[in-house]
Design a protein around this ligand. Structure first.
Ligand code: AMP
Ligand code: TRP
Length: 326
């Protein structure tokens, strides 16, 4: 059984990085795998969120997934906090993962920054919750952007230790699927930082809900360097802005980075940006509000959590709601 699990935090508008690094790959993998796509609101609250805004964003992100082509009729699209098993398994995994493992997580270091002592305990334990998301469904494959690779490695370590500690081959070791030429889309203002929902500058990212004029303006203002574009990806070393623009172009044109280099070799970045404008960006005319049904999946619960509980020596739950299909 090949099963995908992946998630996105409801912390703002989806941007081109989310689309190229994650959602476009989800859509392309839908025919080959059984899929669960999750709006991970419990991850979002590891940092401050305004409650009303969080509620609205949760719906907005689910709608944006569907607008991007996720098939919510064929696959499962749901909200993390509505399925209690995620938090329950996360606690069991908190007791499996080692402090030393979490101390290595670079995303925590980046997000907590200098105010580490003031960060929530949830932000620190967040990778264990992510492992629970994946392992609760015995997902075999996890399509994500490059930034999540380390969390996936940790998930594999946790699964392996659980299986070894309790002598049960319960959890498969999930494979990361980090696909395409734009697995790490960088800010349009600074090629050394990731494009992100939380960047203060709107000009740093292209939101999936931006209209064509806004996208045009942002691309025209994108930072690059004055050099001409090279023949090969290797020559982009040390030129993060040019590498980013070519990477995005290649992904949107569905080419390899080498093909994009060959196409634009000897040109300046401005010329590349004019080409960008002719490419198809996610269809922002389909407003999330108008798009198909938003399917809440309150009913899904799992077969696997009880097995993890038993292996760990916990008594069964008295009440366990199960859907007929899961
Ligand atoms: P997040 O917005 O952090 O919840 O990320 C959701 C998904 O989008 C994850 O699979 C990330 O790896 C991916 N992602 C986020 N930002 C980027 C980026 N700048 N480039 C590529 N993938 C990204
Ligand atoms: N941590 C991921 C991010 O910030 C989101 C996420 C949570 C996720 N649970 C997941 C991704 C499980 C893949 C699988 O982008």
């Amino acid at each position: 059984m090949r099963r995908i699990f992946s998630g996105i935090q409801p912390t703002g508008n989806l941007h081109l990085g989310n689309y190229l690094g994650a959602i476009r790959n989800w859509v392309r993998l839908q025919d080959e795998f059984e899929c669960l796509f999750c709006v991970v609101d419990l991850h979002a609250i590891t940092v401050w969120q305004d409650p009303a805004e969080l509620r609205a964003n949760t719906r907005r992100i689910a709608a944006a997934m569907i607008a991007s082509g996720v098939d919510a009729e064929k696959h499962i699209v749901f909200v993390q906090s509505q399925v209690a098993a995620h938090a329950q398994l996360a606690w069991i995994l908190n007791c499996v993962a080692r402090l030393g493992w979490l101390n290595r997580m670079t995303q925590f270091k980046e997000k907590a920054g200098k105010h580490r002592e003031n960060a929530s305990v949830g932000l620190y334990a967040y990778p264990n919750l992510m492992a629970a998301d994946i392992l609760a469904y015995k997902a075999t494959h996890v399509p994500v952007g490059e930034d999540q690779k380390q969390h996936l490695e940790l998930t594999r370590d946790i699964a392996q230790k659980f299986n070894a500690d309790f002598g049960v081959p319960l959890f498969p070791l999930p494979e990361p699927l980090i696909l395409g030429p734009a697995t790490r889309v960088m800010s349009l203002r600074d090629g050394k930082v990731k494009m992100s929902k939380s960047d203060a500058s709107e000009y740093s990212r292209i939101n999936m809900t931006d209209d064509a004029d806004t996208i045009r303006r942002k691309i025209q203002k994108a930072t690059s360097d004055p050099g001409l574009l090279p023949d090969t990806p290797e020559e982009l070393e040390g030129r993060p802005e040019a590498a980013n623009l070519l990477g995005i172009y290649a992904a949107l044109a569905d080419q390899t980075l080498q093909a994009a280099c060959s196409q634009f070799a000897g040109e300046c970045s401005r010329r590349l940006n004019e080409h960008w404008l002719t490419l198809q960006l996610p269809d922002s005319s389909r407003s999330p509000r108008k798009c198909a049904v938003w399917r809440a999946t309150r009913g899904i619960s799992m077969r696997f959590l009880p097995r993890a509980r038993t292996a760990r020596g916990l008594l069964p739950r008295l009440l366990c709601a199960r859907s007929s299909t899961w």
